[in-house]
Design a protein around this ligand. Structure first.
Ligand code: KG4
Ligand code: ZN
Length: 329
């Protein structure tokens, strides 16, 4: 089964061709990061217009790179939410156009399920599995007993992991895009500042990162006020260790309670080196899987892989599909 998929929920325009819910034949990703550097973050109106500019090129090159034509495609999939409505709209309109024109059934995919299925590219999950979704907009723990059986057991009460990386990066003067650059700088840093580990020992699976962000800001202010020399690499590293420890503890607790056989860590911040190392080393006797780096951030391949299982379990959608800024798993 060949699926053509579209992703445009935030600042990446992406189109992909995937096969049998397992193989990526092509995955064209046009990033808007360079455009948003001068603004220090995503500007929704500009993002929408950039998607319009890039989507046709991404579509044509996805087909070309996969060496297929529309005759080979069985289904058209598209991210329906959550995300920026104006941005989602471009992917949805493109998918609907192709679906109608070539008479291929249309299926809407939840962006978060896409992130989860990025871990299942050329990889069969072992159920029950636990997905730790850490992206710019979400931090969620999801138990899966089977394909497309999502049980959200916890989420963040305030900032998402990627969001707090971006905000802390800004506090210590690291330019946009904060997360990846903070990761790079923190690699040479030392974990020398004892930052809080919010909700570490709470009984719930809820996360809270805004207090950690404030604590980092206070630390920087204190160091500067007292004329104490510091290096941002050490603050970056101390912050990363604090986030990683909280993620590890909650994950370990869920592994035990839900008898988890495999943990998948997905979303933009799953690319982080300290998070990867902490979870890999800290989780023993349970398999830990990360998507390949190129499938951690937003991409259409993960939407195509997820669509395959959605079609099998729930069938397809129709032309009435609309963009949704909020959408639960
Ligand atoms: O999944 P994603 O591409 O988009 C959303 O669905 O939100 O995630 C983007 C987020 C950004 O906040 C970015 O700073 C973060 O992922 N991110 C990272 C790293 N690479 C991207 N955070 C920490 N370390 C990284 N290496
Ligand atoms: Zn995402």
């Amino acid at each position: 089964m060949y699926i053509l998929s579209f992703e445009s929920s935030c600042d990446e325009t992406s189109v992909s061709v995937t096969k049998d819910g397992k193989y990526v034949l092509s995955n064209e990703v046009l990033s808007q990061i360079d455009i948003f550097k001068e603004y220090g973050g995503v500007v929704p109106e500009i993002s929408s217009r950039e998607h319009v500019k890039g989507i046709t090129y991404a579509y044509l090159s996805a087909l070309k790179n996969a060496n297929v034509t529309m005759d080979d495609i069985d289904y058209v999939a598209v991210t329906e939410g959550p995300g920026l409505v104006g941005s989602l709209l471009t992917g949805i309109n493109a998918a609907k156009t192709v679906s109608l024109n070539y008479e291929k059934p249309l299926v809407g995919v939840n962006h978060l399920s896409g992130h989860i299925y990025a871990a299942f590219i050329e990889h069969d999950p072992i159920f029950p599995s636990l997905a730790l979704v850490i992206s710019g907009g979400h931090t969620e723990l999801v138990v899966m007993k089977d394909h497309y059986d999502f049980n959200k057991i916890g989420s963040t009460m305030d900032d998402a992991v990627g969001e707090v990386f971006d905000k802390v990066a800004r506090i210590i003067g690291i330019p946009y895009p904060g997360g990846p650059l903070l990761d790079k700088i923190g690699k040479d840093g030392t974990n020398r500042y004892p930052l809080p580990r919010p909700m570490l020992h709470s009984n719930s699976y809820s996360f809270s990162f805004s207090g950690l962000k404030s604590a980092t800001l206070n630390l920087v202010n204190e160091l500067e006020k007292n004329n104490i020399k510091y290096e941002i690499k050490d603050i970056a590293r101390s912050f990363e260790e604090a986030v990683s420890e909280v993620l590890l503890e909650k994950t370990l607790k869920a592994i035990k309670e839900y008898n988890i056989k495999e943990v998948v860590v997905v979303g933009g911040s799953a690319a982080n080196s300290v998070i990867r190392e902490t979870l890999t080393k800290g989780i023993k006797n349970t398999k830990v899987t990360f998507p390949e780096m190129k499938y951690c951030g937003d991409n259409a391949a993960m939407i195509g892989i997820s669509a395959y299982y959605k079609i099998k379990k729930m069938g397809v959608d129709d032309i009435s599909l609309t963009p949704k800024s909020r959408l639960d798993l």
